[in-house]
Ligand binder design. Structure first.
Ligand code: SAH
Ligand code: SF4
Ligand code: F3S
Length: 467
Protein backbone atom coordinates (compact mmCIF):
# COMPACT_ATOMS: atom_id res chain seq x y z
CA UNK A 1 0.00 0.00 0.00
CA UNK A 2 2.92 2.32 0.69
CA UNK A 3 4.15 1.65 -2.83
CA UNK A 4 0.81 2.84 -4.03
CA UNK A 5 1.28 6.23 -2.40
CA UNK A 6 4.74 6.53 -3.96
CA UNK A 7 3.28 6.01 -7.38
CA UNK A 8 1.31 9.19 -7.10
CA UNK A 9 4.42 10.81 -8.48
CA UNK A 10 6.31 9.86 -11.60
CA UNK A 11 5.64 9.54 -15.29
CA UNK A 12 2.89 7.60 -16.90
CA UNK A 13 3.94 5.24 -19.65
CA UNK A 14 1.79 5.24 -22.75
CA UNK A 15 1.92 2.28 -25.05
CA UNK A 16 0.02 0.85 -27.96
CA UNK A 17 -1.52 -2.59 -27.98
CA UNK A 18 -0.59 -5.19 -30.54
CA UNK A 19 -1.96 -8.68 -30.68
CA UNK A 20 0.86 -11.26 -30.73
CA UNK A 21 0.65 -13.24 -33.96
CA UNK A 22 1.08 -16.61 -32.35
CA UNK A 23 -2.22 -16.30 -30.44
CA UNK A 24 -4.41 -15.46 -33.40
CA UNK A 25 -5.78 -18.95 -34.01
CA UNK A 26 -6.03 -19.91 -30.34
CA UNK A 27 -9.80 -19.63 -30.23
CA UNK A 28 -10.61 -21.62 -33.35
CA UNK A 29 -13.45 -23.97 -32.41
CA UNK A 30 -13.55 -22.65 -28.87
CA UNK A 31 -16.06 -20.46 -27.01
CA UNK A 32 -15.84 -17.87 -24.23
CA UNK A 33 -17.99 -16.18 -21.61
CA UNK A 34 -17.08 -13.11 -19.56
CA UNK A 35 -18.97 -12.70 -16.30
CA UNK A 36 -18.65 -9.09 -15.16
CA UNK A 37 -19.36 -7.64 -11.70
CA UNK A 38 -18.99 -4.12 -10.35
CA UNK A 39 -18.86 -0.75 -12.01
CA UNK A 40 -18.87 0.47 -15.60
CA UNK A 41 -15.07 0.47 -15.65
CA UNK A 42 -15.32 -3.27 -15.26
CA UNK A 43 -18.02 -3.54 -17.91
CA UNK A 44 -15.71 -1.71 -20.30
CA UNK A 45 -12.80 -4.02 -19.38
CA UNK A 46 -15.10 -6.97 -20.05
CA UNK A 47 -15.73 -5.58 -23.53
CA UNK A 48 -11.98 -5.34 -24.09
CA UNK A 49 -11.54 -8.98 -23.05
CA UNK A 50 -14.34 -10.00 -25.41
CA UNK A 51 -12.69 -7.98 -28.18
CA UNK A 52 -9.37 -9.76 -27.62
CA UNK A 53 -11.01 -13.17 -27.53
CA UNK A 54 -12.88 -12.47 -30.76
CA UNK A 55 -9.63 -11.43 -32.43
CA UNK A 56 -8.17 -14.73 -31.32
CA UNK A 57 -11.17 -16.34 -33.08
CA UNK A 58 -13.04 -17.46 -30.00
CA UNK A 59 -16.82 -17.20 -30.33
CA UNK A 60 -19.24 -16.11 -27.62
CA UNK A 61 -20.96 -18.92 -25.68
CA UNK A 62 -24.65 -18.67 -24.83
CA UNK A 63 -24.14 -19.64 -21.20
CA UNK A 64 -21.20 -19.72 -18.82
CA UNK A 65 -21.57 -23.50 -18.35
CA UNK A 66 -20.93 -24.10 -22.06
CA UNK A 67 -17.90 -21.85 -22.39
CA UNK A 68 -14.44 -23.27 -23.01
CA UNK A 69 -12.95 -20.13 -21.46
CA UNK A 70 -14.87 -18.61 -18.56
CA UNK A 71 -13.65 -15.35 -17.07
CA UNK A 72 -14.79 -13.81 -13.78
CA UNK A 73 -14.21 -10.07 -14.06
CA UNK A 74 -14.61 -9.13 -10.40
CA UNK A 75 -15.35 -6.21 -8.06
CA UNK A 76 -13.80 -5.72 -4.63
CA UNK A 77 -15.69 -2.68 -3.39
CA UNK A 78 -17.75 -4.58 -0.81
CA UNK A 79 -17.25 -7.92 0.89
CA UNK A 80 -20.66 -9.29 -0.17
CA UNK A 81 -19.75 -9.05 -3.86
CA UNK A 82 -16.51 -10.90 -3.20
CA UNK A 83 -18.24 -13.66 -1.28
CA UNK A 84 -20.63 -14.14 -4.15
CA UNK A 85 -17.73 -14.62 -6.58
CA UNK A 86 -15.91 -16.98 -4.21
CA UNK A 87 -19.09 -19.04 -4.01
CA UNK A 88 -19.35 -19.13 -7.79
CA UNK A 89 -15.77 -20.16 -8.37
CA UNK A 90 -16.11 -22.77 -5.62
CA UNK A 91 -18.95 -24.32 -7.62
CA UNK A 92 -16.68 -24.64 -10.65
CA UNK A 93 -14.94 -27.62 -9.07
CA UNK A 94 -17.54 -30.09 -10.33
CA UNK A 95 -17.60 -28.53 -13.79
CA UNK A 96 -13.83 -28.80 -13.96
CA UNK A 97 -13.92 -32.45 -12.96
CA UNK A 98 -16.34 -33.22 -15.77
CA UNK A 99 -14.49 -31.02 -18.30
CA UNK A 100 -10.81 -30.73 -17.37
CA UNK A 101 -10.11 -28.85 -20.62
CA UNK A 102 -12.15 -25.83 -19.66
CA UNK A 103 -10.17 -22.75 -18.67
CA UNK A 104 -11.33 -20.65 -15.73
CA UNK A 105 -9.85 -17.21 -15.12
CA UNK A 106 -10.36 -14.48 -12.52
CA UNK A 107 -9.48 -10.85 -13.15
CA UNK A 108 -10.63 -7.39 -12.10
CA UNK A 109 -10.33 -5.74 -8.72
CA UNK A 110 -10.34 -8.88 -6.54
CA UNK A 111 -7.23 -10.02 -8.38
CA UNK A 112 -5.41 -6.97 -7.01
CA UNK A 113 -5.94 -8.10 -3.41
CA UNK A 114 -3.12 -10.18 -1.95
CA UNK A 115 -5.41 -11.93 0.51
CA UNK A 116 -7.75 -13.06 -2.26
CA UNK A 117 -4.93 -14.26 -4.49
CA UNK A 118 -3.53 -16.33 -1.58
CA UNK A 119 -6.95 -17.81 -1.01
CA UNK A 120 -7.27 -18.76 -4.66
CA UNK A 121 -3.82 -20.36 -4.57
CA UNK A 122 -4.75 -22.42 -1.53
CA UNK A 123 -8.39 -23.28 -2.08
CA UNK A 124 -9.32 -22.92 -5.73
CA UNK A 125 -6.97 -25.00 -7.90
CA UNK A 126 -9.72 -25.11 -10.54
CA UNK A 127 -8.86 -21.50 -11.42
CA UNK A 128 -6.21 -21.64 -14.16
CA UNK A 129 -5.42 -17.96 -14.43
CA UNK A 130 -5.53 -14.89 -12.20
CA UNK A 131 -4.60 -11.56 -13.79
CA UNK A 132 -4.77 -8.06 -12.35
CA UNK A 133 -6.31 -4.83 -13.58
CA UNK A 134 -2.86 -3.64 -14.71
CA UNK A 135 -2.31 -6.83 -16.70
CA UNK A 136 -5.30 -6.57 -19.02
CA UNK A 137 -3.22 -5.94 -22.13
CA UNK A 138 -1.24 -9.15 -21.53
CA UNK A 139 -4.31 -11.33 -21.44
CA UNK A 140 -3.84 -12.96 -24.89
CA UNK A 141 -0.30 -14.10 -24.05
CA UNK A 142 -1.34 -15.26 -20.60
CA UNK A 143 -4.16 -17.31 -22.05
CA UNK A 144 -1.76 -18.93 -24.49
CA UNK A 145 0.56 -19.86 -21.63
CA UNK A 146 -2.34 -21.38 -19.72
CA UNK A 147 -2.99 -23.69 -22.67
CA UNK A 148 0.68 -24.65 -22.82
CA UNK A 149 1.68 -24.92 -19.17
CA UNK A 150 0.53 -26.95 -16.19
CA UNK A 151 -0.76 -25.45 -12.94
CA UNK A 152 -2.14 -22.10 -11.93
CA UNK A 153 -0.80 -18.94 -13.56
CA UNK A 154 -0.87 -15.75 -11.51
CA UNK A 155 -0.01 -12.46 -13.19
CA UNK A 156 -0.76 -9.56 -10.90
CA UNK A 157 1.29 -6.46 -11.20
CA UNK A 158 0.94 -4.01 -8.34
CA UNK A 159 2.57 -1.09 -10.12
CA UNK A 160 0.21 0.65 -12.50
CA UNK A 161 1.00 3.78 -14.42
CA UNK A 162 0.56 2.55 -17.96
CA UNK A 163 -2.10 3.68 -20.39
CA UNK A 164 -2.50 1.21 -23.22
CA UNK A 165 -4.26 2.47 -26.34
CA UNK A 166 -5.65 0.50 -29.22
CA UNK A 167 -6.94 -2.56 -27.41
CA UNK A 168 -9.72 -4.35 -29.29
CA UNK A 169 -13.30 -3.97 -28.09
CA UNK A 170 -16.45 -6.02 -28.56
CA UNK A 171 -19.18 -3.72 -27.31
CA UNK A 172 -22.30 -5.15 -25.71
CA UNK A 173 -24.44 -2.61 -27.53
CA UNK A 174 -24.17 -0.69 -30.76
CA UNK A 175 -26.11 2.37 -29.74
CA UNK A 176 -24.59 3.09 -26.32
CA UNK A 177 -20.93 2.99 -25.38
CA UNK A 178 -18.74 3.36 -22.35
CA UNK A 179 -15.62 5.34 -23.10
CA UNK A 180 -12.82 5.47 -20.54
CA UNK A 181 -11.38 8.92 -20.11
CA UNK A 182 -9.17 8.09 -17.16
CA UNK A 183 -8.14 5.16 -15.03
CA UNK A 184 -7.54 4.86 -11.30
CA UNK A 185 -8.26 7.17 -8.42
CA UNK A 186 -6.14 9.38 -6.17
CA UNK A 187 -8.80 10.33 -3.70
CA UNK A 188 -8.18 7.64 -1.09
CA UNK A 189 -11.53 8.00 0.64
CA UNK A 190 -10.80 6.11 3.85
CA UNK A 191 -13.35 3.32 3.26
CA UNK A 192 -12.55 2.65 -0.37
CA UNK A 193 -10.40 -0.01 -1.99
CA UNK A 194 -10.52 1.36 -5.54
CA UNK A 195 -7.30 3.43 -5.38
CA UNK A 196 -5.49 0.23 -4.36
CA UNK A 197 -7.04 -2.00 -7.01
CA UNK A 198 -6.93 0.49 -9.87
CA UNK A 199 -3.89 2.59 -9.05
CA UNK A 200 -3.37 6.30 -9.40
CA UNK A 201 -5.23 8.58 -11.78
CA UNK A 202 -4.09 8.33 -15.38
CA UNK A 203 -5.92 10.30 -18.05
CA UNK A 204 -6.14 9.14 -21.61
CA UNK A 205 -4.97 11.68 -24.15
CA UNK A 206 -7.85 13.76 -25.43
CA UNK A 207 -7.20 12.70 -29.05
CA UNK A 208 -7.57 9.05 -28.12
CA UNK A 209 -10.89 9.68 -26.36
CA UNK A 210 -12.19 11.74 -29.27
CA UNK A 211 -11.12 9.14 -31.81
CA UNK A 212 -13.06 6.49 -29.91
CA UNK A 213 -16.17 8.67 -29.70
CA UNK A 214 -16.00 9.63 -33.40
CA UNK A 215 -15.53 6.05 -34.49
CA UNK A 216 -18.49 4.94 -32.42
CA UNK A 217 -20.63 7.80 -33.70
CA UNK A 218 -19.68 7.08 -37.32
CA UNK A 219 -20.78 3.46 -36.80
CA UNK A 220 -24.25 4.68 -35.82
CA UNK A 221 -23.71 5.06 -32.07
CA UNK A 222 -26.06 7.40 -30.22
CA UNK A 223 -24.85 7.77 -26.66
CA UNK A 224 -21.48 7.76 -24.92
CA UNK A 225 -20.84 7.63 -21.20
CA UNK A 226 -17.44 9.03 -20.31
CA UNK A 227 -15.96 6.93 -17.54
CA UNK A 228 -13.65 7.63 -14.65
CA UNK A 229 -13.76 7.20 -10.87
CA UNK A 230 -13.61 10.95 -10.65
CA UNK A 231 -14.13 12.43 -14.09
CA UNK A 232 -13.81 15.99 -12.84
CA UNK A 233 -10.10 15.36 -12.30
CA UNK A 234 -9.60 14.52 -15.98
CA UNK A 235 -6.40 15.99 -17.40
CA UNK A 236 -4.83 17.06 -14.12
CA UNK A 237 -2.01 14.59 -14.75
CA UNK A 238 -1.67 16.00 -18.28
CA UNK A 239 -1.17 19.48 -16.83
CA UNK A 240 -4.44 20.66 -18.35
CA UNK A 241 -5.85 23.61 -16.44
CA UNK A 242 -9.51 22.72 -16.96
CA UNK A 243 -9.28 19.34 -18.60
CA UNK A 244 -12.75 17.94 -18.04
CA UNK A 245 -14.50 21.03 -19.35
CA UNK A 246 -12.26 21.08 -22.45
CA UNK A 247 -12.97 17.43 -23.00
CA UNK A 248 -16.73 17.90 -22.64
CA UNK A 249 -16.66 20.70 -25.19
CA UNK A 250 -14.72 18.60 -27.65
CA UNK A 251 -16.88 15.49 -27.20
CA UNK A 252 -20.03 17.60 -27.59
CA UNK A 253 -18.68 18.98 -30.86
CA UNK A 254 -18.40 15.50 -32.37
CA UNK A 255 -22.19 15.77 -32.73
CA UNK A 256 -23.02 12.50 -30.98
CA UNK A 257 -26.65 12.56 -29.80
CA UNK A 258 -26.16 12.01 -26.10
CA UNK A 259 -23.29 12.42 -23.67
CA UNK A 260 -23.23 11.29 -20.07
CA UNK A 261 -20.35 11.00 -17.60
CA UNK A 262 -19.77 8.92 -14.54
CA UNK A 263 -18.72 9.51 -11.72
CA UNK A 264 -18.32 13.05 -10.51
CA UNK A 265 -16.66 13.96 -7.23
CA UNK A 266 -18.12 17.02 -5.51
CA UNK A 267 -14.67 18.23 -4.52
CA UNK A 268 -13.30 18.73 -8.02
CA UNK A 269 -16.40 20.18 -9.64
CA UNK A 270 -15.53 23.31 -11.55
CA UNK A 271 -17.94 26.06 -12.41
CA UNK A 272 -16.89 25.92 -16.06
CA UNK A 273 -18.07 22.30 -16.23
CA UNK A 274 -21.55 23.44 -15.30
CA UNK A 275 -21.32 26.04 -18.07
CA UNK A 276 -20.31 23.36 -20.55
CA UNK A 277 -23.26 21.20 -19.51
CA UNK A 278 -25.52 24.14 -20.12
CA UNK A 279 -23.88 25.10 -23.40
CA UNK A 280 -24.33 21.80 -25.20
CA UNK A 281 -27.71 20.37 -25.92
CA UNK A 282 -26.22 16.89 -26.34
CA UNK A 283 -24.81 16.77 -22.80
CA UNK A 284 -27.51 15.18 -20.66
CA UNK A 285 -28.64 17.17 -17.66
CA UNK A 286 -28.58 14.30 -15.20
CA UNK A 287 -25.80 14.04 -12.73
CA UNK A 288 -24.59 11.29 -10.44
CA UNK A 289 -22.96 13.13 -7.56
CA UNK A 290 -22.10 10.78 -4.69
CA UNK A 291 -22.39 12.44 -1.29
CA UNK A 292 -21.90 9.37 0.98
CA UNK A 293 -23.08 11.09 4.18
CA UNK A 294 -24.78 14.24 5.42
CA UNK A 295 -22.68 14.50 8.57
CA UNK A 296 -19.61 16.74 8.51
CA UNK A 297 -17.87 14.59 11.08
CA UNK A 298 -18.44 11.41 9.09
CA UNK A 299 -17.42 13.13 5.85
CA UNK A 300 -14.23 14.29 7.55
CA UNK A 301 -13.42 10.78 8.70
CA UNK A 302 -14.18 9.50 5.21
CA UNK A 303 -11.70 12.13 3.90
CA UNK A 304 -14.22 13.27 1.30
CA UNK A 305 -12.91 16.84 1.30
CA UNK A 306 -16.25 18.67 1.52
CA UNK A 307 -18.97 19.39 4.07
CA UNK A 308 -22.71 18.88 3.89
CA UNK A 309 -23.09 22.63 3.41
CA UNK A 310 -20.58 22.84 0.59
CA UNK A 311 -22.33 19.91 -1.10
CA UNK A 312 -25.68 21.70 -0.75
CA UNK A 313 -24.12 24.88 -2.13
CA UNK A 314 -22.86 23.03 -5.21
CA UNK A 315 -26.24 21.36 -5.60
CA UNK A 316 -28.05 24.72 -5.36
CA UNK A 317 -25.68 26.36 -7.81
CA UNK A 318 -26.31 23.67 -10.39
CA UNK A 319 -30.08 23.75 -9.90
CA UNK A 320 -30.06 27.52 -10.27
CA UNK A 321 -28.07 27.42 -13.48
CA UNK A 322 -29.64 24.29 -14.98
CA UNK A 323 -33.17 24.11 -13.56
CA UNK A 324 -34.09 20.86 -15.32
CA UNK A 325 -31.07 18.97 -13.91
CA UNK A 326 -31.72 15.68 -12.08
CA UNK A 327 -29.50 14.26 -9.34
CA UNK A 328 -28.67 10.78 -8.17
CA UNK A 329 -26.18 9.87 -5.47
CA UNK A 330 -24.40 7.17 -3.43
CA UNK A 331 -24.84 6.89 0.35
CA UNK A 332 -23.11 4.77 2.98
CA UNK A 333 -24.70 3.97 6.35
CA UNK A 334 -22.93 2.52 9.37
CA UNK A 335 -19.53 4.06 8.74
CA UNK A 336 -17.41 3.27 11.87
CA UNK A 337 -18.66 5.35 14.79
CA UNK A 338 -21.67 6.85 12.94
CA UNK A 339 -24.11 7.98 15.65
CA UNK A 340 -27.89 8.17 15.39
CA UNK A 341 -27.59 11.95 15.12
CA UNK A 342 -25.06 11.67 12.31
CA UNK A 343 -27.36 9.30 10.46
CA UNK A 344 -30.17 11.83 10.95
CA UNK A 345 -27.95 14.41 9.22
CA UNK A 346 -27.85 12.12 6.21
CA UNK A 347 -31.64 11.94 6.18
CA UNK A 348 -31.77 15.71 6.40
CA UNK A 349 -29.52 16.05 3.41
CA UNK A 350 -31.69 13.60 1.49
CA UNK A 351 -34.74 15.69 2.42
CA UNK A 352 -32.98 18.74 1.10
CA UNK A 353 -31.77 17.30 -2.20
CA UNK A 354 -34.73 14.97 -2.92
CA UNK A 355 -32.58 12.78 -5.15
CA UNK A 356 -34.12 11.05 -8.14
CA UNK A 357 -32.56 7.84 -6.88
CA UNK A 358 -29.57 6.64 -4.92
CA UNK A 359 -27.35 3.64 -4.47
CA UNK A 360 -27.30 2.95 -0.75
CA UNK A 361 -24.82 0.71 1.02
CA UNK A 362 -23.98 -0.60 4.46
CA UNK A 363 -20.35 0.18 5.13
CA UNK A 364 -18.14 -2.82 4.41
CA UNK A 365 -14.63 -2.87 5.91
CA UNK A 366 -11.94 -3.35 3.25
CA UNK A 367 -8.59 -4.71 4.38
CA UNK A 368 -5.75 -2.25 4.08
CA UNK A 369 -7.93 0.88 4.03
CA UNK A 370 -7.72 3.39 6.91
CA UNK A 371 -11.39 2.98 7.89
CA UNK A 372 -10.90 -0.75 8.40
CA UNK A 373 -8.67 0.16 11.36
CA UNK A 374 -11.29 2.46 12.91
CA UNK A 375 -13.31 1.05 15.76
CA UNK A 376 -16.66 -0.21 14.52
CA UNK A 377 -19.14 -0.61 17.37
CA UNK A 378 -22.46 -0.23 15.57
CA UNK A 379 -24.49 -3.46 15.81
CA UNK A 380 -25.37 -5.07 12.48
CA UNK A 381 -29.08 -4.73 13.30
CA UNK A 382 -28.75 -0.96 13.66
CA UNK A 383 -26.99 -0.70 10.31
CA UNK A 384 -29.74 -2.70 8.63
CA UNK A 385 -32.38 -0.56 10.27
CA UNK A 386 -30.67 2.63 9.06
CA UNK A 387 -30.45 1.27 5.54
CA UNK A 388 -34.17 0.43 5.58
CA UNK A 389 -35.11 3.92 6.80
CA UNK A 390 -32.86 5.52 4.21
CA UNK A 391 -34.19 3.37 1.38
CA UNK A 392 -37.75 4.16 2.29
CA UNK A 393 -36.94 7.86 2.14
CA UNK A 394 -35.08 7.57 -1.17
CA UNK A 395 -37.96 5.64 -2.73
CA UNK A 396 -40.46 8.23 -1.55
CA UNK A 397 -38.60 11.07 -3.30
CA UNK A 398 -37.94 8.96 -6.38
CA UNK A 399 -41.68 8.42 -6.69
CA UNK A 400 -42.53 12.06 -5.98
CA UNK A 401 -40.06 13.29 -8.57
CA UNK A 402 -41.44 10.88 -11.12
CA UNK A 403 -44.99 12.19 -10.62
CA UNK A 404 -43.88 15.39 -12.35
CA UNK A 405 -43.39 13.48 -15.61
CA UNK A 406 -46.97 12.25 -15.86
CA UNK A 407 -48.54 13.29 -19.20
CA UNK A 408 -45.28 14.79 -20.41
CA UNK A 409 -43.43 13.76 -23.57
CA UNK A 410 -39.89 12.54 -23.10
CA UNK A 411 -37.22 11.58 -25.62
CA UNK A 412 -36.28 7.94 -25.04
CA UNK A 413 -33.33 6.05 -26.51
CA UNK A 414 -34.70 2.58 -27.23
CA UNK A 415 -32.66 -0.29 -25.74
CA UNK A 416 -34.98 -2.98 -27.09
CA UNK A 417 -37.88 -5.03 -25.78
CA UNK A 418 -38.39 -4.70 -22.03
CA UNK A 419 -36.85 -7.40 -19.83
CA UNK A 420 -40.17 -8.23 -18.27
CA UNK A 421 -42.50 -8.00 -21.25
CA UNK A 422 -41.42 -8.57 -24.85
CA UNK A 423 -44.28 -6.46 -26.23
CA UNK A 424 -43.10 -3.42 -24.43
CA UNK A 425 -39.94 -1.51 -25.24
CA UNK A 426 -37.53 -0.10 -22.70
CA UNK A 427 -35.06 2.73 -22.80
CA UNK A 428 -33.75 5.74 -20.94
CA UNK A 429 -34.93 9.31 -21.25
CA UNK A 430 -32.58 12.26 -21.41
CA UNK A 431 -33.18 12.63 -17.67
CA UNK A 432 -31.89 9.06 -17.24
CA UNK A 433 -35.31 7.69 -16.31
CA UNK A 434 -36.06 4.10 -17.23
CA UNK A 435 -39.13 4.23 -19.49
CA UNK A 436 -41.21 1.21 -20.55
CA UNK A 437 -43.35 2.03 -23.55
CA UNK A 438 -45.56 0.59 -26.25
CA UNK A 439 -45.21 1.40 -29.94
CA UNK A 440 -44.79 0.01 -33.46
CA UNK A 441 -41.77 -0.61 -35.65
CA UNK A 442 -39.28 0.70 -33.17
CA UNK A 443 -35.68 -0.42 -33.43
CA UNK A 444 -32.88 -0.53 -30.90
CA UNK A 445 -31.09 2.80 -31.00
CA UNK A 446 -34.11 4.82 -32.16
CA UNK A 447 -34.76 8.10 -30.37
CA UNK A 448 -38.48 7.97 -29.66
CA UNK A 449 -40.90 10.56 -28.29
CA UNK A 450 -42.86 8.90 -25.53
CA UNK A 451 -45.89 10.22 -23.70
CA UNK A 452 -45.83 9.21 -20.03
CA UNK A 453 -49.04 7.53 -18.91
CA UNK A 454 -48.10 6.11 -15.52
CA UNK A 455 -45.29 6.49 -13.00
CA UNK A 456 -43.62 4.11 -10.57
CA UNK A 457 -40.81 4.78 -8.11
CA UNK A 458 -38.01 3.62 -10.39
CA UNK A 459 -39.57 3.64 -13.84
CA UNK A 460 -42.11 5.39 -16.03
CA UNK A 461 -44.65 3.86 -18.41
CA UNK A 462 -45.70 5.44 -21.67
CA UNK A 463 -46.73 5.22 -25.32
CA UNK A 464 -44.67 6.18 -28.33
CA UNK A 465 -46.04 9.27 -29.98
CA UNK A 466 -46.58 8.46 -33.65
CA UNK A 467 -45.26 11.13 -35.95
N1 SAH B 1 -15.54 6.77 -7.69
C1 SAH B 1 -16.88 6.75 -7.35
C2 SAH B 1 -17.36 5.58 -6.56
C3 SAH B 1 -16.86 4.24 -6.83
S1 SAH B 1 -17.39 3.02 -5.69
C4 SAH B 1 -17.12 7.98 -6.50
O1 SAH B 1 -16.36 8.32 -5.66
O2 SAH B 1 -18.13 8.56 -6.72
C5 SAH B 1 -19.15 3.23 -5.73
C6 SAH B 1 -19.76 3.47 -4.40
O3 SAH B 1 -19.55 2.36 -3.55
C7 SAH B 1 -19.20 4.64 -3.60
O4 SAH B 1 -19.70 5.86 -4.00
C8 SAH B 1 -19.60 4.29 -2.20
O5 SAH B 1 -20.88 4.79 -1.89
C9 SAH B 1 -19.64 2.78 -2.22
N2 SAH B 1 -18.54 2.20 -1.46
C10 SAH B 1 -17.22 2.29 -1.71
N3 SAH B 1 -16.51 1.65 -0.78
C11 SAH B 1 -17.40 1.13 0.10
C12 SAH B 1 -17.29 0.37 1.29
N4 SAH B 1 -16.11 0.02 1.78
N5 SAH B 1 -18.43 0.01 1.93
C13 SAH B 1 -19.64 0.37 1.45
N6 SAH B 1 -19.80 1.09 0.34
C14 SAH B 1 -18.70 1.48 -0.34
FE1 SF4 C 1 -13.27 5.39 -3.95
FE2 SF4 C 1 -13.32 7.89 -3.17
FE3 SF4 C 1 -11.95 7.22 -5.35
FE4 SF4 C 1 -14.60 7.16 -5.40
S1 SF4 C 1 -13.31 8.97 -5.13
S2 SF4 C 1 -13.21 5.58 -6.15
S3 SF4 C 1 -15.11 6.51 -3.33
S4 SF4 C 1 -11.48 6.60 -3.26
FE1 F3S D 1 -15.60 -2.57 -8.07
FE2 F3S D 1 -13.21 -2.19 -9.04
FE3 F3S D 1 -15.26 -0.86 -10.03
S1 F3S D 1 -13.73 -2.45 -6.91
S2 F3S D 1 -16.60 -0.66 -8.28
S3 F3S D 1 -14.96 -3.02 -10.12
S4 F3S D 1 -13.19 -0.13 -9.79
Amino acid sequence: MKDMMKQLKGDIRRTGFSMPEDVLGLGRGRTYFVRTYGCQANVRDGETLAGMLEQMQFTAAETQEEADVLIFNTCAVRRAAEEHVLGEIGNLKTLKRAHPDKIFALCGCMAQEEGIVDEIRRKYPQINLVFGTHNLAEFPELLKRVYEEEGQLIAVQSVPGEVVEGMPVERQRRHKAFVNIMYGCNKFCTYCIVPYTRGRERSRMMDAVLAEVRQFHAAGGREVTLLGQNVNAYGKDLQMADGFTDLLDAVAETGIDRIRFYTSHPRDYSSTTIDAMKRHENIMKSLHLPVQSGSDEVLRRMARGYTADSYRALFDDMKARIPEITFTTDLIVGFPGETDEQFEETLKLVDYCRFDSAFTFIYSPREGTPAARMEDTIPAEVKKQRLAVLNERITRYARENNEAYLSRELEVLCDGPSKKNGEVYAGYSRENKLVNFTGHNIAVGDLVRVKITDVKSYSLDGEAVQK
